[in-house]
Ligand binder design. Sequence first.
Ligand code: HEC
Length: 118
Amino acid sequence: MLRFVMIGTFAVILAGSAVAVSGSAAAAAEVELTDDFLNNPDNIAAGRQLFGKQCARCHGSKAYPGKAPKLKEKIYKPEFVYKRITKGFRGMPSWKNRYNEEQRKSITAYVVSKDFTN
Ligand code: HEC
């Protein structure tokens, strides 16, 4: 876990300097997904609720096979999950206009938590 956080922090620093150099807005990647936030049971509980409401219809045991890939939560870095939630990707909708940053971070906390099931 610590390793992921360090890599994540490094990525954020890199993204930050890329913005400084190019002057373009790189959006999504620059949030802080700290261990404290990700391990906080309140955030995980909030994320679980949102996941059940919005994500399970595509990413859920009842939805498989077909609508969406089964989530491989054990191999994801939190930054990846957050980015997919925020920006979407092909068949995966973006939730940026629907959920604020805190909510998107909470969903991420749930998906990478040991409580996650799908
Ligand atoms: C309308 C159906 C749909 C909904 C709702 C949906 N997703 Fe997805 N999601 C997809 C599809 C389809 C993909 C695969 C996109 C691709 O790689 O082509 C995907 C991909 C992902 C991935 C990347 C999986 C990987 O291994 O590459 C993550 C993480 C993810 N979704 C999380 C979520 C979360 C969290 C929510 C709820 C906020 C959500 N999705 C809601 C359809 C959906």
